[in-house]
Design a protein around this ligand. Sequence first.
Ligand code: FCB
Length: 477
Amino acid sequence: MRRRHVLTLAAVGAVAAGCSDEDKAKPPPGSGSPATGQRPSLAAGGPAFPEGFAWGASTSAYQVEGAAAEDGRGPSVWDTFSHQAGRTRGGDTGDVAADHYHRVYEDLDLMKDLGLNSYRFSISWSRVLPEGRGALNAKGLDFYHRLVDGLLERKITPVATLFHWDTPQALQDKGGWERRDCAQWFADYAQQMFYSLGDKVSTWLTLNEPKSVVSLGYVAGVHAPGKKDRRLGDIVGHHLLLGHGLAVRAFRQTGRKGGIGAALNLSPVYAADDSAAARKQADALDLEENRRWLDPVLLGRYPDAWLDHQAAEVRAAIRDGDLATIGERTDLLAVQYYNPAYVSANGGRVVRHPTTQASWLEVYPDGLYDLLTRIKRDYGDIPLTITENGMPTVNDVRDDDRIAFLRDHFAAAHRAIQAGVKLQGFHVWSLLDNFEWAEGYSQRWGLIRVDRDTRDRRRKASAEWYRGVIARNGLDT
Ligand code: FCB
């Protein structure tokens, strides 16, 4: 229990393992009406996806790059955290990670070989700005030019995330996201990236999973910076969203073409039984898991019911005009889906479906359908792309369990498209086995195996299977 359970634990109480069979209080996955606008072509065999659908894979800088102290890179909070005793499994760090920094061309060829037409990566803020602000580190920036040029040469669309949890340590020393200033520091860095790479990168993601930063980094304290202070975490959450809005504004000001949005991890929440008390708990949890992030970004407001429960310090951090900034129009929403959340009448979490090596990852593909159709219903037709979904497995390269997992989630995504959801892409987490934060290298999430000692790459069965899906733009039967 190191990852996702923590938010719900903090929000609604203890995890209640096990559940009774009669509680099947989930909305039925309907097939809905045919897609509006997007027309899935029907190939022989399994379901086909719309033409031009983005098939991708995801990584993040600290998890794959390595080269932590090379070419002028400054440390981030994750360098600091992973080097502290007892923070990560086995004391693992991202010093070398998957050594992607040095093997970038090999990795680009692997992507090409898979047939990917989209690749979602993140920029290490402290590689391009070792102090977090000021003059750019040309050598660090060059790496991203090499990566992006290599993608474009291979006809793979770059999708760049600006913040995947690796706040520069120099800024953390000044208070990091706990300080309101950090939102502006982030927007300034973002603007430098739009100017530097914006003629080549046309899809930008501001924040990766602000919810995880709050719940894991500031409530449970199991991620960097390792604090346990919910109020502070909620203030950080607001500053992160403010940084998102300021970065979107900066993007518009640069006049760069393309689109920008946030990457949010969302979980459909279900009452574990039909009681009014369980439904009330589910509404409360939905506020924390979903609405507290979606409403400000897409509607420009926090839900009243969420605000009502915030401490005075948190409310004071929300200033006039902030919500207009946070709600600045975005062009897409990047959805990251791993698990549903079932909650009982007493507020305990109920685990209803099988889990994986990552105990928090409860496998429920229909949850993806429910999530995507709910976003359409409640927030309208903003284009969506899935930027993370996947599972770890202890099976080495014969990862048939991952194939089954992905097939079921692709099928759920396809049903959502048929129901009219404007889903434009699916990026599997992850391209490579990598540094899984507090779990170190103990969990392997990659389509491509990375040897722990030599860092040699080897395609897993799931990579071969995914290549087939991409080639036919659809599932097998
Ligand atoms: C997501 C993170 C990603 C990876 C996957 C398994 O929450 O964004 O970096 O850790 O989970």
